[in-house]
Write a protein that binds this ligand. Structure first.
Ligand code: PLP
Length: 389
């Protein structure tokens, strides 16, 4: 095995394109310099279409969780009631942040592997019309479910005056997002998932309605006070020293997404989802989620009865350098997860499936070599319009 050839198919971190690595290797510049202000204004503007907003998208130097906490801290005050859709480990984290901030937290528990039942959501919204915010995970990374966030935001608007606060960490940049059109008040993501960067940046889109709340509310945090970020935004700066190299990389990411065009980026993720699911199905392994709920960025696979999923993951890592993710919390030992977001192409899915096949055989599972690859190839050939590269 070539020890530097690895296949990072986890749902974060994700591979970094060479072009982005080069961009991050530029000479350091001061974060109060004119060239930084230019870079920052440029990248901030180019983030807007990815969020589907005309409003500012703020850049924080933190992991994704910092942006989740920023959202909670800025739009709520101690004692406020919030509803959190908990459909997996990240919904659970969102709720825990609210509890830590001493909010009256209503957890709407959804079976792990499913999207939220809209009748149940409606009933919960009606019962708690005094909620100040509804928090939802757009793409539940721990299960591989993409929530119908547009429909959820509409229900929130119809039944309450609450803000819709969305964790888009493992999908923004890989799936459509239209903050303004869908009435999403806060949308956050991190750099190390579909944004093709190392961990270290988080992005926070804020609606006009959310700004009214933030101004009235104030922040109890020093570092995550959005009003401080907004004060510096027009100057092309951040209140504290940002991860300049990552922002240089972000500029290249924006260029790559623009070259491919966002509709093609989203289509590529759909194709990778369909290929992965067809391949896994052809091998006879059960998928955790339905086709309707399935995420374009991560696929969860239940182990066959005689397969120890964690031993299998260790095997393909040692044998081929293939990194897959395991199950989290209640799904620990039950599933493995294949990340297919960001710098990942349909051809990468073919190689990933071929490694999975060989790994299964070597772990004693009776599958037909090539069956998954063939099913995925057929999806690719039939799905991709001839105009696409
Ligand atoms: C990765 C992830 C996060 C943030 O995790 P960090 O480790 O703090 O970057 C939050 N929500 C979801 C849905 C994620 O996938």
């Amino acid at each position: 095995m070539l020890h530097d050839q690895t296949f990072l198919r986890t749902p974060g971190p994700t591979p970094i394109p060479q072009r982005v690595t080069h961009a991050m290797n530029q000479p350091m510049i001061g974060h109060r310099s004119k060239s930084f202000a230019q870079l920052f204004k440029d990248t901030s503007t180019r983030l807007k279409p990815i969020f589907g907003t005309d409003q500012p998208v703020y850049v924080l130097t933190s992991s994704g969780t910092g942006a989740l906490e920023t959202a909670v801290d800025n739009v709520t005050s101690k004692g406020d009631k919030v509803i959190v859709v908990v459909a997996g480990a990240f919904g659970d984290r969102f709720a825990s942040i609210c509890e830590k901030h001493e909010l009256s937290t209503v957890r709407l528990d959804v079976p792990w592997g499913e999207s939220v039942n809209q009748d149940l959501l409606t009933a919960t919204l009606r019962e708690h019309q005094d909620a100040t915010a509804v928090l939802v995970t757009y793409n539940e990374t721990s299960t591989g479910v993409l929530q119908p966030i547009d429909e959820i935001a509409e229900l929130v608007q119809t039944h309450t005056n609450a803000l819709t606060v969305v964790d888009g960490v493992s999908c923004i940049g890989g799936v459509p997002a239209y903050m303004d059109r869908w009435d999403i008040d806060i949308l956050v993501t991190g750099s190390q998932k579909a944004m093709m960067l190392p961990a270290g940046l988080a992005f926070v889109g804020v609606s006009k309605r959310a700004w009214e709340r933030i101004q009235a509310n104030g922040s109890s945090s020093f570092y995550f006070d959005l009003q401080q970020y907004d004060k510096q935004y027009e100057n092309g700066m951040t209140p504290y020293t940002p991860a300049v190299s990552l922002i240089q990389g972000l500029q290249e990411v924006c260029a790559m997404l623009e070259e491919e065009t966002l509709p093609e980026v989203y289509k590529r993720h759909e194709v990778m989802k369909n290929m992965t699911r067809a391949g896994i199905r052809a091998l006879g392994l059960p998928l955790l989620t339905s086709d309707e709920d399935a995420s374009p960025t991560v696929t969860s696979v239940k182990g066959a009865e005689d397969l120890d999923v964690d031993a299998f993951r260790n095997h393909v890592r040692d044998r081929f350098g293939l990194s897959l993710a395991g199950g989290q919390k209640q799904l620990k030992g039950q599933i493995f997860r294949i990340g297919h977001m960001g710098y990942c192409s349909p051809v990468d899915i073919i190689t990933t499936l071929s490694m999975i096949e060989m790994g299964l055989v070597e772990c004693g599972i009776n599958i037909e070599l090539g069956a998954g690859v063939k099913a995925a190839q057929e999806v690719l050939i039939n799905d991709v319009p001839s105009t696409s590269k």
